[in-house]
Design a protein around this ligand. Structure first.
Ligand code: ZN
Length: 148
């Protein structure tokens, strides 16, 4: 008994379930024992659920111990794959969190540099208005001197 997806050149039997991969649209065929199983597509490797043909009684499939064993192995493989995907996602999330805290640190550094600069700018503009005031006074005095 084979529950592997058949290759194109394999002979397709009347008992096979023929369906299209929803991801890559490749036509797939599998022994009817594979109905309802989730298996990786031979072409794109995405997981696909084998459709259950109309009128098929699923309880017929799980009648023998070897069927159940194959299902168990299949489930275990899917579980393993899901676990490795989860680990992958976890790593990606950790990387993003690390990146985020790096950015937060950079932001703090920039702020610590900008705040004193802003204070100095304030002082400078205060001094500048004082200078302008003094210059106005000097100019006013000069006018008074010229008039005399
Ligand atoms: Zn596919």
């Amino acid at each position: 008994m084979s529950e592997e997806i058949k290759q194109v050149d394999d002979q397709i039997l009347e008992t096979d379930i023929v369906f299209d991969c929803p991801h890559c649209l490749k036509s797939l065929a599998i022994d009817y024992h594979g109905a309802g199983l989730t298996i990786p597509c031979t072409d794109c490797n995405e997981l696909v659920v084998v459709p259950i043909p109309d009128g098929m009684d699923m309880s017929d499939l799980d009648s023998s111990d070897s069927d159940l064993e194959v299902r168990l192995i299949n489930l275990r493989n899917i579980l393993k794959e899901t676990e490795s995907k989860m680990t992958n996602y976890k790593n990606k999330i950790e990387n993003l969190q690390e990146l985020n805290s790096q950015l937060e640190r950079q932001k703090a550094v920039y702020l610590s540099k900008i705040v004193p600069l802003m204070k100095r700018l304030d002082i400078l503009s205060e001094n500048l208005s004082e200078v302008i005031e003094i210059m106005n006074i000097i100019a006013g005095n000069a006018e008074v001197l010229e008039e005399e």
